[in-house]
Design a protein around this ligand. Structure first.
Ligand code: GUN
Length: 283
């Protein structure tokens, strides 16, 4: 089974759209999302554009604030504080990466945790780790929803997460621990990754190494989620491939996400879902 991320995301957006419509009818209020984009990092431009279009589609009032890469950290913090106070803004997202002279960690901690739709603020990270309600980072949330759509009860399954980032690997581990999986986090220094992978019922690959996970790494019937977005050269230009070698793994897996068209669209739908959640928590 190939999990179609575009269809999955569309379903999620339809559900969000309905709920927002009913909120608007009842309260005359509209959930609002503001994305801050600093500099002109091309992939970020593309992500932000997609986020904006998707937000509009479901009826979220979305705005992108663009700043030159020369903006100071202090100025950026004052922008965030203003958004924290703005009653029309329920979600704030600072697109990463930021220029070198600005500390991403510092900036994220300035966002009101209730409006932190990326789920990166220490309060949300802490709440997720201690099993409390939290805004959860969009990529692992999307992976989690796709895994759950294939199999409801994950208790006792071996899950291997490849990649230990704050954006994905670590929160992914928390989500799967909550489901009573036995979770292993592998990373660039892990020995015998292949052996660990062979034992996994669930594999989430998020290391940024093109086609790392091969067919002979994967247990028959495993659920394989590919978070990788890697540019590889081809004859005339380049193409995007994941961290999983699709053609060999698809023969072994019970379910697999393709790249592109897998995790990506669902991640954006989860941002909309987080914006709605933030709105409901605030109002
Ligand atoms: N850059 C790449 N992925 C992300 C993400 O999930 N959130 C933010 N804010 N920036 C990103």
């Amino acid at each position: 089974m190939i999990i179609d991320g575009k269809k999955f995301a569309q379903k999620l957006r339809n559900k969000i759209k309905k709920e927002i419509q009913s909120i608007k009818n009842k309260t005359q209020l509209t959930p609002g999302l503001t994305v801050i984009l600093v500099g002109n990092h091309t992939p970020s431009e593309i992500y932000v554009r997609n986020k904006e279009l998707s937000a509009k589609e479901v009826g979220i009032s979305s705005k992108v604030l663009r700043f030159k890469s020369s903006i100071s950290e202090t100025k950026l913090i004052s922008v965030i504080h203003k958004l924290n106070r703005d009653k029309k803004v329920h979600g704030i997202l600072v697109q990463l990466p930021l220029p070198n002279h600005i500390s991403g960690h510092k900036i994220i901690e300035e966002i009101d945790p209730k409006k932190d739709v990326d789920g990166f603020h220490a309060i949300n990270v802490g709440n997720l780790s201690s099993g409390k309600d939290a805004l959860v980072p969009c990529t692992p949330l999307g992976c989690y929803l796709m895994i759950k759509s294939v199999r409801k009860n994950l208790a006792g399954l071996n899950a291997l997460i490849i990649g230990r980032s704050n954006l994905n690997g670590k929160p992914m581990a928390q989500l799967l621990l909550k489901e009573d999986c036995t979770v292993t986090i592998g990373h660039s220094k892990t020995k015998n990754l292949k052996e660990l992978c062979k034992k996994a019922d669930i594999v989430v690959a998020a290391v940024g190494r093109a086609n790392l996970v091969k067919g002979d790494w994967v247990k028959k019937g495993a659920i394989v989620i590919d978070v990788g977005i890697n540019r590889v050269e081809k004859k005339n230009g380049y193409k995007i491939v994941g961290d999983v070698e699709f053609k060999s793994v698809v023969k072994k897996a019970k379910a697999i996400t393709p790249v592109p068209g897998g995790v990506g669209p669902v991640t954006i739908a989860c941002l909309l879902s987080n914006t709605l959640k933030a709105f409901k928590n605030i109002n």
